[in-house]
Ligand binder design. Structure first.
Ligand code: NAD
Length: 356
């Protein structure tokens, strides 16, 4: 079989750190194993349509491995080029870079799987860091130090404590729940969540979180909101001008889910006006983010490149998980049900919208 992987370039970092399994150079550690089984394994970072390495290989690719950190956007046109494609594996979590609707309607033989759970702790930790970075006004405070300055007042004037604040998560799945667990010791005033799936009463009790059914009510109650739901038609642009205006004046927003959940220009306006006190996260649309993406230069931002889910610990887990999915496929064994996003043309995951 022909297996193509699109991964991010490792460059010098790959030479210095052999545990960087998720980059082109280290190939998820799969080459020897795949070649010993007689497969052809192509690994590239060249992904932009329409004359990239990826596009050249698509017509005879059987299995495509991609990653959310350097997403190959697989729209309908590309999916139609990939006539032989049977299995699409996301090395990580989040398969929104595939046109899932197109697969649902036109590609009944293509399964989409991801390595569910592989980096959820990594992201939850990044969310906590981002919340603290924003409310402690860390970025300008640190910049003073590296610039040789010292002005306590200038940074203290926008610095708060997490204790006694209302924090809410959009999505209380694997990451959202872990964020709530990690917030618990900070003794926030209230922990809230907005999700069409309720947590089990026991889990709700464990973190002391309350579900809010109305989105507008949720927005108006939180001092800090963290976004932890997938990107699909119901969440694309969920944080638009209207939603941002419903947030408390001076609230903070953290998004490590997907960039396109937040309306790019509406956010810039809300941050510039001071209605949103700060925005942090690691996800953008598109990726890599263009040099002139306005979130790079917005005031009070704690943005990073998309790396929260690709810590060295996470890379080990999603490389292993990718191998396990391939093994199951080659041996015609069942996949772990939680890894299956699309099977036989149907969305199998409960996280991509309520099932009627
Ligand atoms: P999950 O499937 O365990 O949880 C997602 C939750 O979102 C579910 O409870 C689902 O019901 C809820 N949800 C779906 N639609 C919603 C909506 N319209 N409103 C409110 N809630 C909604 O997934 P997870 O493992 O927690 O990951 C969540 C997302 O985080 C992924 O889909 C991915 O996009 C993103 N992610 C980012 C990184 C990163 O490196 N930044 C890494 C992993 C995952």
């Amino acid at each position: 079989m022909k297996i193509v992987a699109v991964l991010y370039p490792g460059g010098q970092a790959a030479k210095e750190q052999s545990a960087m399994l998720g980059c082109v150079e280290n190939e998820l550690g799969l080459r020897e194993w795949l070649e010993s089984k007689g497969h052809t394994y192509i690994v590239t970072d060249d992904k932009e349509p329409s004359d990239s390495e990826l596009d050249k290989h698509l017509p005879d690719t059987d299995i495509l491995i991609t990653t959310p950190f350097h997403p190959a956007y697989m729209n309908g046109e590309r999916l139609e080029k990939a006539k032989k494609l049977k299995l699409a594996i996301t090395a990580g979590v989040g398969s929104d870079h595939y046109d899932l609707e197109h697969i649902h309607k036109h590609k009944p033989d293509l399964s989409v799987l991801e390595v569910t759970g592989s980096n959820v702790v990594s992201v939850a930790e990044h969310v906590l860091m981002s919340i603290l970075v924003l409310i402690k006004n860390f970025v300008p405070a640190h910049a003073q130090i590296t610039n040789g300055e010292w002005n306590v007042a200038n940074v203290a004037m926008r610095t708060y404590d997490l204790e006694d604040k209302v924090v809410g998560t959009v999505g209380a799945g694997r990451i959202g729940f872990r964020v709530l667990q990690r917030l618990l010791p900070f003794q926030c005033k209230e922990l809230l969540y907005f999700d069409y799936q309720s947590l089990d009463p026991e889990r709700e009790k464990e973190v002391g979180a309350k579900r809010v059914e109305s989105f507008d009510e949720f927005l108006s109650k939180c001092d800090i909101i963290t976004i932890n739901c997938p990107l699909y038609e119901r969440t694309r642009g969920l944080f638009n001008e209207h939603a941002l205006s419903k947030m408390k004046k001076g609230a903070y927003l953290v998004n490590t889910a997907r960039g396109a959940i937040v309306d790019r220009d509406a956010l810039v306006k809300a941050v510039n006006s001071g209605h949103i006190a700060g925005y942090a996260g690691d996800v953008w649309y598109p990726q890599p983010a263009p040099k002139d993406h306005p979130w790079r230069h917005m005031p009070n931002n704690g943005m990073t490149p998309h790396y929260s889910g690709t810590s060295l610990d996470a890379q080990k887990r999603y490389a292993l998980g990718t191998k396990e999915i391939l093994e199951a496929f080659f041996d015609d064994k069942p996949f772990r049900p939680e890894d299956v996003i699309v099977r036989a043309g149907a969305i199998a995951s409960a996280s991509y919208g309520e099932k009627k």
